[in-house]
Write a protein that binds this ligand. Sequence first.
Ligand SMILES: O=C(O)CCC(=O)N[C@@H](CCC(=O)O)C(=O)O
Ligand SMILES: [Zn+2]
Length: 331
Amino acid sequence: MLAEWLDASLDGKTPATRRGSVNGGRFTLTGPGLLELVPDDPDPDARACVLSAGIHGNETAPIELLGDCLARLEAGQLRLGAPLLVILGNLPAIRAGVRFVDTNLNRLFRRDLDERGDEPDRARELMAAVDAFFTRHPERARLHYDLHTAIRDSRYPRFVVEPWAESRTPAEQWRWLAAADIQAVLHQHQHSWTFSHYSKHYHGAAAFTLELGRVRPFGANDLDALAPMGRLLAALLGGQTPPGADPARMVFFRVAHELVRHSNDFRLCFADDTPNFTEFAPGTRLAEDAAAGAFTVGETPLHVVFPNADVELGARAALLVRPAPRPDERS
Ligand SMILES: O=C(O)CCC(=O)N[C@@H](CCC(=O)O)C(=O)O
Ligand SMILES: [Zn+2]
């Protein structure tokens, strides 16, 4: 039934059953692409977990990873021990195999959003679903992993973006992510209005955007490389403490500058296939924009992440980042 939910959501069909039992609990399909699971006998320390995928429609590995977790729950190989909200984000974009249909859903997660259209409407539905879920479990620590894959190759194929917010990320997260074979962490420097930022900013959740390899079509993903991440998700679903490892395995970066596309006459001055985290030396010209002028690296090197010249006007065309101290080493 749960694995069918995934297929039915992607096919645009209404599943026949909206409620039912799973090993250790109950599930409810609360809306298109929205599956809520409640354990009968939750572990007292279990987190209230939001796991989302498909916020960008062509990022399929996370959907396969979540499908695998749900199939194992259904087969009785996992037992539900934590409240869980599973989300498939942009259903029309997933069906079309594109990043988005009209506008980038992952820039719309703000409560004062007044834009109109399908993606803004979906952002409002998803924000309401997250609000209702966390409100139903007020006593529990909150967690949101928003699972993505990146457009380009990367010097660190698996990395997380930590959204900026007032609340501090619990130290256990760095140990869990290291054990899940995450290779790098990127701290945001300002509000970003992404889905993970929403849960951290408005709900104080431990929240990340996880980049789990590169964009590929369904069936072409290397799920073996994601087995340690699958173990982290399975432990969260089971309400157990996930395995931990030394965070020093990961490399930490912080955003220094956001390159924004201000005009139609905008270009990045490096090759399209430049991998994420590539370093550029002082004096290198990185972008030219008819409205904002050129951007050149200053006195310290910068690494480029998520370069994309083909974004909407006013949108982020790249993050420029620098190595940062580990959170446990910060003063
Ligand atoms: O590879 C790329 O250029 C984009 C991959 C992607 O979708 N990344 C997320 C990161 C969100 C964040 O900054 O937290 C995005 O751009 O929405
Ligand atoms: Zn994405």
